[in-house]
Design a protein around this ligand. Structure first.
Ligand SMILES: Cc1cc2nc3c(=O)[nH]c(=O)nc-3n(C[C@H](O)[C@H](O)[C@H](O)COP(=O)(O)O)c2cc1C
Length: 364
């Protein structure tokens, strides 16, 4: 039934302005009577960050920014859902249009700029589903006009730790001016010290909520050395690699839309995101697990992401082009690989190609 709905809705959604289509997709998920998903094959299950994931495929941040439909997304077959980015106070984001499809490239450019209903609205919804089960991570960010951005993250961790399976500190959106400067060593060290401290402070009543750091794929390798070193020293629980890119690969076929300012995601991001994931994996030395995101649009690209170093994967843009049938396709591909290789779970694939990926020529 989900497949039928998806096949009927997609051509219609693709004909709309991208942001209107997104709004409608959220409404459909809110009201569609989705049946519970079938239990996943246990060979797809993984224990990561102390949590039991039924499968490694996550909905990436940015689709459900205000925590309106996490349970519907879980019912579509995702193993986990990351809601957000949520900012402390409501803010409108950038003026429209601010979301663009690159049809010929299966890519997306967005400069939404953290449009958020704010922490109160999201917290109300998440508190109402608190006993519902399923892994729901919460991605947090600073308000554009905040006088103290680090304090924004601390406040959000304190408020959301109790309802979050994990919290992601997002310092890698290209659409809030200056946000990515939080990736600079001295600032990042202070930020991570304070967010981990906030998590410790609230843990007696909120539990040991894992804290993850989401980085940009555009860091130069010298800066990645610093970021990983600080993340390890401050004992974060994991990293997400990564967010959208401000670069524009020369291979893009679209010529007009590609000039729009914002972060590029989807298929054209895959090579760069995979390289940065592998570069991160070899630096982390298994001190903590990684989530890989960027350009996954098939079973093979999902397995490639795991082999480059991801314990878990996330996707967003390809749903626009491939629809939710992609989730089942990825699961089938992963299971077929396990059968072929005589393995009983995905663990042996994680990072198997990381060193080889870092030895390739730098991707376009
Ligand atoms: C429209 C759109 C909005 C996004 N919003 C957020 C966001 O609010 N916070 C965040 O951390 N990442 C956000 N992202 C980035 C995604 O979570 C993901 O890291 C990136 O798109 C790469 O994955 P993909 O190629 O599968 O889309 C957004 C991406 C898109 C396309």
């Amino acid at each position: 039934m989900i497949g039928v709905l998806d096949r009927l809705a997609r051509p219609f959604l693709r004909a709309l302005d991208p942001e209107d289509a997104h709004g409608l997709a959220i409404k459909m998920l809110k009201f569609a009577p989705l049946p519970p998903t079938a239990r996943d094959d246990p060979r797809l299950g993984l224990r990561v960050f102390g949590l039991n994931f039924p499968n490694p495929i996550g909905m990436a941040a940015g689709f459900d920014k205000n925590a309106e439909v996490p349970d519907a997304l879980l019912r579509l077959g995702f193993g986990f859902v990351e809601v957000g980015t949520i900012t402390p106070e409501p803010q409108p984001g950038n003026p429209r249009p601010r979301l663009f499809r690159l049809d010929a490239d299966h890519g997306v450019i967005n400069r939404l700029g953290f449009n958020s209903q704010g922490a109160d609205a999201a917290l109300r919804r998440l508190a109402a589903r608190a006993g519902a089960g399923g892994i729901v991570g919460i991605n947090v960010g600073a308000n554009k006009d905040s006088a103290d951005r680090v304090a924004d993250y601390v406040r959000l961790i304190e408020r959301f730790a109790a309802v979050a399976s994990y919290v992601t500190v997002n310092i890698s959106s290209p659409n809030t001016p200056g946000l990515r400067d939080l990736q600079q060593a001295a600032v990042l060290d202070d930020l991570l010290a304070r967010v981990v401290d906030a998590r410790e402070r609230v843990s007696p009543r909120s539990g040991p909520t894992p804290v993850l750091l989401k980085i940009a794929p555009d860091l130069v390798l010298g800066d990645l050395d610093d970021v990983v070193g600080i993340a390890r020293a401050r004992r974060v629980d994991g990293m997400i690699v990564g967010n959208t890119t401000v670069t524009r690969p020369p291979t893009l076929r679209e010529t007009t839309t590609v000039k729009e300012a914002g972060g590029l995601s989807g298929r054209p991001l895959y090579g760069l995101a995979n390289r940065m994931l592998a570069e991160t994996y070899v630096r982390v030395e298994e001190a903590f697990p990684l989530i890989g995101a960027g350009g996954i649009d098939s079973g093979a690209s999902a397995l490639g992401k795991i082999r480059a170093g991801a314990s878990l994967i996330q996707l967003y843009s390809s749903l626009v082009f491939r629809g939710i049938g992609l989730i089942g396709e990825i699961k089938r591909t992963l299971l077929a690989a396990l059968e072929r290789d005589g393995l009983s779970n995905l663990k042996d694939y994680i990072g198997a190609d990381a060193a080889a990926v870092t030895a390739e020529t730098w991707p376009d």
